[in-house]
Design a protein around this ligand. Structure first.
Ligand SMILES: Cc1ncc(COP(=O)(O)OP(=O)(O)O)c(N)n1
Ligand SMILES: Cc1ncsc1CCOP(=O)(O)O
Ligand SMILES: [Mg+2]
Length: 208
């Protein structure tokens, strides 16, 4: 099952990725995407191993952003790859069938193209402007999500980009499977409590 909440770490000067993972897991996050942008690959692998220990302790899945080699060498649960990363089919051939592969879409055309591939979920965004990611694609907004999600899409679609807790009801109503958030948790006064609040809001708004 693809989680409703994809928690994503970010490069912050004050707090390590490992500590970010711990705080989110303590709040109940069961899906962690390790997104380290500003470090050499060897350092990212070391961080990933430590993040994996924490995720295992809490029973959370660990998804590695961008680096399929690291995912394979540490036997993480999966990878998230974007349009400028390894192509999805190449990632599937490299990782085999036992890894989760998520891919980024920014448009309906991206979603329809990705649908045909052997992947497990799509991260569709950005919902709104966010400073967490550089070179952001044009924002989709709630109306854009409604148009895209009106199509017959089989893969779970995860919304991403500037999402706040109060957006959750309308995003789920539009047809998203779940959401991915970074700064909402990482920059919260109490990240574990914020994680709990997001999870309970998601649970209260799933109308299966
Ligand atoms: C769940 C989810 N969706 C989209 C993204 C963005 O991935 P990408 O386009 O490769 O951008 P970077 O995260 O690498 O900057 C994501 N990470 N997670
Ligand atoms: C990785 C990524 N891809 C599109 S927006 C984004 C950043 C999401 O972070 P935040 O939840 O802080 O806006
Ligand atoms: Mg990427």
């Amino acid at each position: 099952m693809i989680s409703r909440l994809h928690y994503i770490t970010q490069d912050l000067s004050e707090i390590s990725h490992q500590e970010q993972v711990k705080r989110a897991c303590e709040g109940g996050a069961d899906w962690v995407q390790l997104r380290v942008k500003e470090k050499p690959v060897n350092d990212i692998e070391t961080i990933a191993l430590e993040a994996q220990k924490i995720c295992k302790k809490f029973g959370a899945k660990l998804i590695i952003n961008d680096h399929i080699q690291i995912a394979k060498s540490i036997q993480a649960d999966g990878v998230h790859i974007g349009k400028e990363d390894t192509p999805p089919q190449e990632a599937r051939d490299y990782l085999g069938d036992n890894y989760i592969i998520g891919c980024t879409a920014n448009t309906l055309e991206d979603v329809l193209r990705l649908q045909a591939l052997k992947i497990d979920y799509i991260g569709l965004g950005p919902f709104r402007f966010t400073s967490t990611k550089k070179n952001l694609s044009p924002v989709i907004g709630i109306e854009g999500y409604k148009v895209i999600l009106a199509h017959d899409i089989k893969l779970p679609i995860i919304g991403i980009g500037g999402i706040k807790t109060e957006d959750i009801p309308s995003l789920l109503n539009a047809g998203l499977h779940g959401i991915a958030v970074s700064s909402l948790i990482n920059l919260a006064e109490n990240p574990s409590e914020k994680t709990k609040e997001i999870i309970s809001t998601l649970e209260n708004n799933i109308h299966a």
